[in-house]
Design a protein around this ligand. Structure first.
Ligand code: SAM
Length: 306
């Protein structure tokens, strides 16, 4: 399974609660519905519920095939679930908060095509949620607390996941889609580039959620695919090297690599030269292809090959 170490970032910090929008459906009267259930939105569970039905519509409409099955991570009160299920497709919704799982099941009881699974999505196997080999979509207003592992979980689904539409914090979306040289470019972007194409689609303002987060969110489209012309081992090494040699305070990739991978500075410089990378550059400026070249040089050195 593709793995990425946690990366740092601010939480979806909450400000003062705002009133519900008064719209119909699962977005209506969110604060009141939570109160009635005795649910105080949990930061640990990344509980920022969608208030704006237009946003829910817009996300659901991204899943163009009306019959393609969908796995939803964290249905909450069902804002996305009810729209995803409206076409009659199978929706498997995995919810960790048991009170919400029960509530969304109750709200959507009239829809036999919705199946609510109780538990942590990260502990589920896609093949258990949706047996068979047919392609599936993953949709989520992601709990910020599990953004990185949830993205890893989606990519661990491999070719089975045709596409994922994920709402994430804007700063995370920027890191996911960053280009080399930009200040957001780091191990998350390298990791994603190895396994997927990622496109930012649209922004969602803090006012669309309850409780209101401090920052904007962005819906991103993630299309799993292995980086062209690379092997699994090369991709794994490139991720490892990028993780070790970006994001730190060390200014040159040679120093960062030596420190992060536990090799002598001279050996790090040799590897970089062999990969055609100037050892004096910063790790954040290396393109994905250069991380792969470095991974190939690393593997040759490990095998004792010139
Ligand atoms: N989809 C709903 C919406 O848009 O209003 C709720 C989104 S809220 C940002 C995230 C949801 O994920 C919450 O319902 C939370 O309880 C649930 N959740 C948090 N961690 C989870 C996990 N590890 N597995 C499954 N669900 C989780």
């Amino acid at each position: 399974m593709p793995r990425l170490l946690p990366f740092s970032g601010s939480r979806r910090a909450r400000l003062r609660p705002t009133a519900g929008s008064g719209d119909s459906g699962a977005t209506a009267g969110v604060p009141g519905a939570l109160r009635a259930l005795g649910v105080r939105p949990s930061r640990r569970l990344g509980q920022n519920f969608l208030l704006d039905p237009r946003v829910a519509e817009r996300i659901a409409a991204l899943v163009a095939d009306p019959l393609e099955p969908v796995v939803e991570i964290g249905p909450g009160l069902g804002a996305l679930t009810e729209r995803l299920a409206a076409s009659g497709r199978l929706v498997v919704a995995v919810e960790l908060d048991l009170r919400l799982a029960e509530e969304v099941e109750r709200r959507l009881a009239a829809r036999p095509n919705v199946r609510v699974v109780r538990g942590d999505v990260l502990e589920q196997r896609l093949g258990d949620l949706l047996p068979g080999s047919a392609p599936v979509m993953v949709v989520a207003n992601l709990p910020y607390s599990i953004t990185t592992p949830a993205v890893e979980w989606v990519l661990a689904g491999g070719a089975r996941v045709r596409r994922a539409y994920l709402m994430v914090q804007r700063e995370v979306a920027e890191r996911m889609t960053a280009r080399p040289g930009g200040k957001e470019f780091g191990s998350l972007a390298v990791f994603l580039a190895m396994h997927a194409e990622v496109k930012p689609l649209f922004r969602v303002s803090p006012g669309a959620f309850y409780p209101r987060p401090e920052v904007e969110s962005v819906v991103v489209e993630v299309t799993p695919r292995p980086y062209p012309g690379s092997t699994e081992a090369e991709r794994g090494d490139a991720e490892k090297l990028a993780r070790a040699a970006t994001g730190g305070r060390r200014k040159t990739v040679a120093n960062a690599l030596a420190r992060g991978m536990g090799v002598e500075p001279d050996a790090a410089r040799r590897l970089l030269s062999e990969a055609g990378v100037d050892p004096g550059r910063r790790g954040e400026t290396l393109a994905v292809e250069e991380w792969l070249n470095l991974a190939r040089a690393w593997a040759r050195a490990a095998a004792g090959r010139p």
